[in-house]
Structures are given as structure tokens and as C-alpha cells.
Design a protein around this ligand. Structure first.
Ligand code: 2PG
Ligand code: MG
Length: 381
């Protein structure tokens, strides 16, 4: 594709923090940002003097005809570091804007939306566990899947109104309940609607390096890695959990492996892999996890993201494409899910996150109208 025009803008995300929007040939993309970011992630800062970078990049790219791979390689060369330390969020904003401009392929396989119903941890809330998620495993259409998640969210909100304090960074409900009470109550509501419950423990954030313990404040509980393993096994069993993300801290391949062997569920690496193919390779060799979170801004560029998705698929790891807690109305991850037949998308239930769900609702509807027979991806659960 020929790059006729390229611009960078400073905009804001759902946490009202500064972010970067890039525009290529009239197509825009905006960088998201994480709160529970892993230390192995690509740099995500917003450069103070965006005009300087914009001018240099215009010189470098405008008038050139290049592929996504060549564009991403040139961006990386311009930056000169592995973690994009010079350009930060400009990297993913531009790489996604190039992708938006060159277009997405569309398969007819739609991802299941896994949605954050109740939250805590770094995103705000009483629980140590960051996300109490629902996965509408029995849904036959994307519309039905979104409806099930919405119903669970609304019913939980009404039923436990006296214990609900508001919404957090991801639009998830914040309550007075502790971790186990939340689990128990959410499972009841989810069961009724044919969905299963999952967790993003985001254990990195509750890991106390000095004590070598996972700290659950609301429950007054501190667990060694071995006790954490037992606790995870216990709740997986008791609540029939379908999905557990980041049950241990970001460098503990060994414990992730133990939990993967001992349960048949989705054990998902987020901070562990940070969408990085080298870290995923270590996981594959060790047998840690059987699924991974895919966040384009964690690794920095679209090409890297897709390489990691390919590697995951080849090695039977289930990719779960995901939003960040600091979001905008950008719908790139929805299009990426359709293009790469990624079977699960983690994009919230309420607030600004609906932009990503609405994009997929519209795509499903359009395909149906054109008799292209959209269907839900194979979950294999
Ligand atoms: C996560 C994400 C998104 P953050 O941990 O999976 O839910 O949170 O963007 O804050 O890292
Ligand atoms: Mg996570």
C-alpha cells in the first residue's frame, strides 16, 4: 500500500490519560493502555513532543509503497530498541493505522466474547482478583452471546444492589463482597443463563516479592505459591471455572505448568507471555498454560502480534484477543479477531468497551444479510 499521508495526534483514553491517535491515508487507530501491565511489555508512554516524531516519520514514510511487514520493520529500525523505547505508544497507533488503511480480511468465524462482570485489583474494587469474567459458552450467535453477558451483568447488579458501589476502570461492577463471595454469587447468575465463569487473577499485582506470598486483602489471606496452586485448584473445582488468567506472577513458568497439567481448563498467560513469541516459546517448551492473551500494544506492532498468534495456533494454545483497561472506541481488535479466527475476545460488557462488541454485532448482521453464513468459532471446551 502506498502511504500518501501520515499524522499523529494526542488524544485521551477512558481513564482520561493522554494517548496517541495515528492516521494513515485517512484511517485512524488509537493506542490503548494497561494498568496491570507486565514488566516485559513494550513501552507504552506517550511522547511529549509528538510533532517532532511526526515530522521525522512523515519524511520516512510518505510517498513510499510498502507492506505491513516492511512498515513495521522500518518503524522498529527508526526506534532502534526491542521494546520501542523511543516511540512508545506511537508504535502501535501507527502500526494499527496502517492495518486499518490496508484493510482486514473477514472470516465468517466469530469469537466468543468473555466479559468482565465484577472487578477489583488495579482496576478498582474490593477484591484482590482483578476480573470475574463470564463466557457464554452455549450461545449460537454473536448477538446471543452479547445478550447473555449483558443479562448476567444487569441481573447481578439488580440482585445484589445493596452491595454494589459502582463501576471500575473496565466498566465492571465494584462491590462490597470479597473474592469468594463474588465468585459464589456470580456463578449462580451465570449458571441461570448458560454461561461459565472465569477469572483474571492478575496475580502479579498481588504478589509480594519480599514475603513471597500472594496477598488477598479482603479475605485476610496470604498464600505461598504452593498454597496459591491449591487455592486455584479448589476454586476451579468448586465453581466449575472455565478460564483462569495469570494465576501466578509474571515469571513463574513452573507454577503455571503445574496448574495446566492438573486442570483441563483454559489456563491463560497474559503478563507471563505479554504477546511475545519468545516468551510464548518458553511456555511451549515448559508446558506452561494452554492459552494466551493477545494484546497488540503489549508487544508493540501488528506484525509481532500476528506472529505470536500463528505460533500459538500451531502449538494448540488458544489465543484470546484483549482490550486494555485504558481504552477508546478503537475497534481494531474486533477486526483482528475476525481476520485471524481468534476464538475468544475479552472486551468487557459495558461502558466504552461496547464499541468493540458493536463492531462485531454489525459485522455479523451484514454477513447474515449477504447470506455469508456467520458462525461462532470452535471453542473446543
Ligand atoms: C488484563 C488487562 C485487561 P490491563 O490484565 O488482562 O483486562 O488489564 O490493561 O490493566 O493490563
Ligand atoms: Mg490480564
Amino acid at each position: 500500500m502506498e502511504i500518501k499521508d501520515l499524522s499523529l495526534y494526542t488524544t485521551i483514553n477512558s481513564r482520561t490519560e493522554k494517548t496517541v491517535t495515528a492516521e494513515i491515508n485517512g484511517n485512524m487507530a488509537t493506542a490503548p493502555s494497561g494498568a496491570s501491565a507486565g514488566s516485559h511489555e513494550a513501552s507504552a508512554f506517550v511522547p511529549e513532543k509528538i510533532e517532532d516524531i511526526e515530522n521525522e516519520l512523515k519524511e520516512l514514510f510518505v510517498g513510499k509503497d510498502m507492506s505491513q511487514l516492511e512498515f513495521d520493520q522500518a518503524l522498529r529500525e527508526y526506534d532502534g530498541s526491542e521494546k520501542l523505547d523511543k516511540i512508545g505508544s506511537v508504535g502501535i497507533a501507527l502500526s494499527l493505522a496502517y492495518k486499518q488503511a490496508s484493510g482486514f480480511e473477514k472470516s465468517n468465524k466469530f469469537p466468543y466474547p468473555i466479559g468482565n462482570a465484577v472487578g477489583g485489583g488495579e482496576h478498582g474494587g474490593n477484591t484482590a482478583i482483578q476480573e470475574f469474567l463470564v463466557l457464554p459458552v452455549e450461545a449460537k450467535t454473536f448477538k446471543e452471546a452479547v445478550e447473555i453477558n449483558s443479562k448476567i451483568y444487569r441481573e447481578f447488579k439488580e440482585r445484589y444492589a445493596s452491595k454494589i458501589l459502582g463501576m471500575n476502570d473496565e466498566g465492571a461492577l465494584v462491590t462490597r463482597m470479597d473474592d469468594e463471595e463474588t465468585l459464589e454469587k456470580l456463578c449462580k447468575v451465570a449458571d441461570k443463563h448458560g454461561a461459565r465463569v472465569g477469572l483474571d487473577v492478575a496475580a502479579n499485582e498481588i504478589w509480594d516479592e519480599e514475603k513471597e506470598k500472594y496477598v488477598y486483602k479482603a479475605m485476610g489471606m496470604e498464600l505461598s505459591p504452593k498454597q496459591q496452586l491449591k487455592f486455584m485448584e479448589k476454586i476451579i473445582d468448586e465453581y466449575n471455572l472455565v478460564y483462569v488468567e495469570d494465576p501466578f506472577h509474571e515469571d513463574d513458568y513452573e507454577m503455571h505448568k503445574k496448574l495446566t497439567i492438573e486442570t483441563g481448563d483454559l489456563i491463560v498467560g497474559d503478563d507471563l507471555f505479554v504477546t511475545n513469541k519468545k516468551r510464548l516459546q518458553t511456555g511451549i517448551e515448559e508446558g506452561s498454560c494452554n492459552s494466551l492473551i493477545v494484546k497488540p500494544n503489549q508487544v508493540g506492532l501488528v506484525t509481532d502480534t500476528y506472529e505470536t498468534v500463528e505460533k500459538a495456533k500451531k502449538n494448540d494454545y488458544i489465543p484470546v484477543i484483549s482490550h486494555r483497561s485504558g481504552e477508546t472506541c478503537d475497534t481494531s481488535i474486533s477486526s483482528m479477531a475476525l481476520e485471524k479466527e481468534i476464538p475468544i475476545i475479552k472486551a468487557g460488557i459495558a461502558d466504552i468497551r461496547i464499541a468493540k462488541l458493536n463492531k462485531l454485532l454489525l459485522e455479523w448482521d451484514k454477513m447474515e444479510r449477504n447470506n455469508l453464513k456467520p458462525e461462532m468459532a470452535e471453542l473446543g471446551l
